[in-house]
Write a protein of this length. Structure first.
Length: 243
């Protein structure tokens, strides 16, 4: 979907077409009603308080990465694509420790980077580059602002980028990668991302680690012939190439 043409009407049509093709008309109606109910419930005052989540991270680094300040339009678009949710810093750092890699040899890619929480956390590690790809312009604009505010003293990596675009069309750099997924996409879009990654690995075999946090569609990642599951917990799964 062209980021310059993202609208509620277009997203509704895309959602309807996707769900009807995958589950049938009746199931698509139920899913759309469920989206509407979730959005209305998410708009209640008590849910807004919950969306502040671990706001301590934002206070510490003077950034805006919780989901509480997202506008109603972007929240609705998120429900139609994939809702924004920032990862807990403690969990992210636990995952980084489990990778057991030389960070300086890898580029970090966040699929569905939202406001950039994972990008800032990744910047604490000496990756060669940190890149986020986000569909919704409002979220990506906040991520860019957050990157600009992030203390240089806390940054251990090289360049940090936040790119607005469709993750399903993202071209993976032909370098060693750590690909981060925090349940960022609907099933069909995630399948396209993994197919693109697999094609990239066939063309340019190289070390790649895939982190799948909140692994709702883990079977899609596990189905990639170039990746082997090497560990994880109930909260995340780790995959790695055999190269």
């Amino acid at each position: 979907m062209d980021r310059h043409q993202i609208s509620i009407g277009r997203s509704l049509r895309h959602y309807w077409k996707r769900e009807r093709a995958g589950s049938g008309r009746l199931a698509a109606v139920r899913e759309l009603a469920h989206v509407g109910w979730d959005f209305l419930r998410d708009s209640l005052p008590e849910r807004k308080r919950q969306r502040y989540g671990d706001v301590e991270y934002d206070w510490e680094f003077r950034v805006d990465t919780t989901s509480a300040t997202v506008t109603w339009r972007t929240r609705l678009l998120g429900h139609l694509h994939s809702p924004y949710q920032p990862i807990e810093p403690q969990l992210f750092r636990e995952i980084m420790a489990a990778l057991e890699i030389e960070f300086g040899e890898f580029t970090f890619i966040d699929i569905g980077s939202g406001k950039g929480r994972a990008l800032l956390l990744a910047a604490e590690f000496p990756f060669r580059r940190v890149i986020g790809i986000e569909l919704l312009p409002e979220l990506n604009s906040v991520a860019l602002a957050n990157i600009g505010k992030f203390s240089r003293e806390k940054r251990a990596c090289g360049e940090v980028q936040a790119v607005c675009g469709d993750a399903a069309e993202f071209v993976f750099p032909a370098v060693p990668l750590v690909v981060f997924l925090f349940n960022p996409l609907p099933e069909a879009a995630l399948r396209m991302v993994i197919e693109n990654l697999e094609a990239s690995l066939r063309e340019y075999p190289r070390p790649v680690c895939v982190i799948y946090a909140s692994p709702v569609f883990e079977e899609i990642v596990a189905g990639c012939s170039a990746l082997n599951r090497i560990g994880g917990t109930r909260q995340y799964s780790l995959f790695r190439t055999t190269v």
